[in-house]
Design a protein around this ligand. Structure first.
Ligand code: TMP
Length: 239
């Protein structure tokens, strides 16, 4: 974290978790509350977020059984497609919004790549981090909310929902378990950035927890901005 902060006035908050964790619902709710508080908010998602990146998403998540049988997607191909979409999304949408001072709420981002392609598929996390830096121009989340729940619960929720199943929804429970454990490892390693939320709770309780974390983060950020400005003011007085 903390790279390339010079040009950016906005904030990037990412929402992560296994399938069926309820993160998308919480993102919409948080966006509404932040707008009511007067923030400019951009809601976006990955894979996707721009017209071109959404087309890459279609290729990535296409669940047609005949494609899976005749030509399964190679893990490296999957990772590179995700990163290609991210590069487009960051350049065209996230960076301009951050420059403009918006609060960008992104449904999945780099930590999904480390969890799914790294811990899930077994690709090198070091290599993924390097490629990710290249794709994002080192844009990193200021805050990540990780919605954690047992995989069996998430997958069952997903099956019950109206939403169409995607290619990764059809992966084995073992794969999704590796992804969940991967997310938790990332959270333990980057506890300043990634906050774990119990996604088993009811939506109201989760929304209150999200609110508390984000408000605390925004207050801390305001305070650190004031502290950073103070020396300049004192200098001006001394003259
Ligand atoms: P979702 O929109 O339901 O979260 O689905 C997006 C899918 O894409 C989900 O199965 C996770 C997968 N994905 C990755 O495997 N790697 C990534 O870096 C991202 C952003 C998503």
């Amino acid at each position: 974290m903390g790279v390339n902060r010079g040009w950016r006035r906005g904030i990037l908050i990412t929402f992560e978790g296994v399938e069926g964790s309820g993160k998308t619902t919480q993102l919409t709710r948080l966006a509404k509350r932040l707008r009511e508080d007067g923030h400019r908010v951009v809601e976006t998602r990955e894979p996707g977020g721009t017209a071109r990146a959404e087309r890459i998403r279609d290729i990535l998540l296409d669940a047609k059984a005949e494609n899976a049988r005749t030509e399964p997607m190679a893990p490296a191909s999957e990772a590179l497609l995700i990163l290609a979409g991210r590069s487009q999304h960051v350049t065209q949408r996230i960076q301009p919004a951050l420059r403009d001072g918006a609060v960008v709420l992104c449904d999945r981002f780099s930590d999904s790549t480390f969890a799914y392609q790294g811990y899930g598929r077994g690709l090198s996390i070091t290599l993924l981090r390097r490629l990710n830096r290249f794709a994002t121009h080192r844009v990193t989340p200021d805050l990540t909310l990780l919605f954690d729940l047992p995989v069996s619960l998430g997958l069952a929720r997903r099956r019950r929902s109206e939403r169409k199943q995607n290619r990764l929804d059809h992966e084995t429970q073992r794969f999704h378990e590796k992804v969940r454990q991967g997310f938790l490892k990332l959270a333990a390693r980057h506890s300043q950035q990634i906050k774990v939320i119990n996604a088993r709770a009811d939506p109201e309780t989760i929304a209150a927890e999200v609110d508390a974390i984000v408000r605390h983060f925004l207050a801390k950020r305001r305070k650190s901005k004031v502290t950073r400005r103070r020396p300049t003011i004192q200098k001006a007085h001394r003259r």
